[in-house]
Design a protein around this ligand. Structure first.
Ligand code: ZN
Length: 384
């Protein structure tokens, strides 16, 4: 089936003005001022009162669930496909977290394949919080080269009381393997680092970048908006050329200054709009600890929070094209997902249509309509 989105204002994320977008199978074939094509096999989607933006990319989701930080009954449930659709996420990266024992890479891989089959694009990271990291093949280098879905390592915990307290040498080796594995497999080989509330913050990355040839863009530190000290330190990190990721699902748990939209605004004001990504930490447990580091309760992260924080950014005065970068183009760049993140010829047909309130009206992923006129049209296999 061929689709044409007619007369829609396109943000790719740069504003392109009113265009027609031609989609054939899973690709964008053309973005032109006017495309005339009729016939039985052509579906016309009216875009005249909407804007078209690239499908969102969420680089950190516990797709098979995570946690258990308050015991077994607190293990979080796995991701439901339609939550991705609701949140406009058309590309998702799955990871293990604190628990790399009762959750494992084989199930992570299977869930990623399932999400692919259900209609979005899914990749995964090898590893979990702990070092030495868990892998499929015995080495991260081999995982990157031999396992199609593996695009990096993560989330490896640093600067956190739940971290395995890895040495500098251990983290250095992971980065080195990620780099070479990434080069040989034409993948990002990204090292997704969970940062906790500890004092060491980004010190280990600074050490590695200053003492080796590994570039700062090999790393994507996440949860950088978890406290003020880390948020400020992140500004120095971006000044050195690094990318930082803000977690969106902690939104309501955090004071306003630390919410992803506000953090984004701060970094844009400092000139770093091209180095920020948002991720949800979806399905992860969001444990709350008291000052004695004792567990006092938990919530579950929602993938829809990426969209919510994007919308809040725009509502608080961030230009739509700048806010969009954090949820589309920047993530595609740091994760080297070359067919994602923009609306252009030959790219994957991952497109959201939003109304003037920025509410998601239609979701198209890999050329398939998953949401039409505010209604989810494709649900997960076991959703009624
Ligand atoms: Zn984390």
């Amino acid at each position: 089936m061929i689709k044409i989105i007619k007369n829609v204002e396109v943000f790719s994320p740069q504003p392109l003005g009113r265009k027609d977008i031609l989609i054939a199978s899973d690709k964008i074939v053309a973005v032109e001022d006017s495309i005339i094509l009729n016939g039985l096999y052509v579906q016309i989607i009216d875009g005249s009162d909407k804007i078209a933006v690239p499908g969102f990319i969420d680089s950190h989701v516990h797709i098979i669930g995570g946690g258990g930080e308050g015991g077994f009954k607190t293990r979080t449930p796995e991701l439901i496909f339609s939550d991705l659709v609701k949140g406009g996420i058309t590309t998702v990266i799955g990871c293990l977290g604190t628990d790399g024992v009762t959750r494992n890479l084989n199930s992570l891989y299977a869930k990623a394949k399932a999400l692919d089959e259900e209609g979005v694009t899914c990749y995964i990271y090898s590893g979990s919080y702990r070092v030495p990291i868990v892998t499929f093949t015995g080495s991260l280098l081999q995982d990157l080269i031999l396992i199609d879905k593996v695009i990096g390592a993560g989330e490896i915990a640093l600067s956190d009381h739940r971290s395995s307290q890895p040495t500098l040498e251990e983290v250095k080796r992971i980065a080195a393997d990620a780099r070479v594995g990434g080069i040989l497999s034409a993948k990002a080989g990204i090292v997704n680092l969970h940062l906790g509330d500890g004092d060491s913050m980004l010190d280990m990355i600074y050490e590695i970048v200053s003492k080796t040839e590994i570039p700062i863009t090999q790393f994507l530190p996440t949860h950088v908006n978890r406290n003020k000290k880390l948020l400020n330190e992140g500004l120095n990190y971006t000044k050195m050329g690094g990318f930082v990721d803000f977690t969106t699902s902690t939104g309501s748990l955090l004071e306003e200054d630390l919410q992803a939209w506000k953090a984004l605004k701060l970094y844009i004001e400092n000139g770093f709009e091209d180095q920020i990504t948002f991720s949800s930490d979806g399905q992860g447990s969001l444990p709350r600890f008291n000052e004695k580091k004792e567990f006092i309760g938990l919530d579950v992260g929602k993938v829809t929070s990426v969209y919510e924080q994007f919308r809040l950014a725009v509502r608080h005065g961030v230009a739509i094209e700048k806010a969009l970068k954090a949820v589309t183009q920047n993530a595609a760049k740091i994760l080297k997902l070359h067919n994602k993140g923009i609306i252009a010829q030959k790219k994957d047909a991952d497109i959201l249509l939003l109304d003037h309130d920025l509410t998601i009206v239609d979701v198209i992923a890999k050329g398939k309509v998953l949401m039409a006129n505010y209604e989810i049209t494709v649900k997960g296999t076991f959703e009624s």
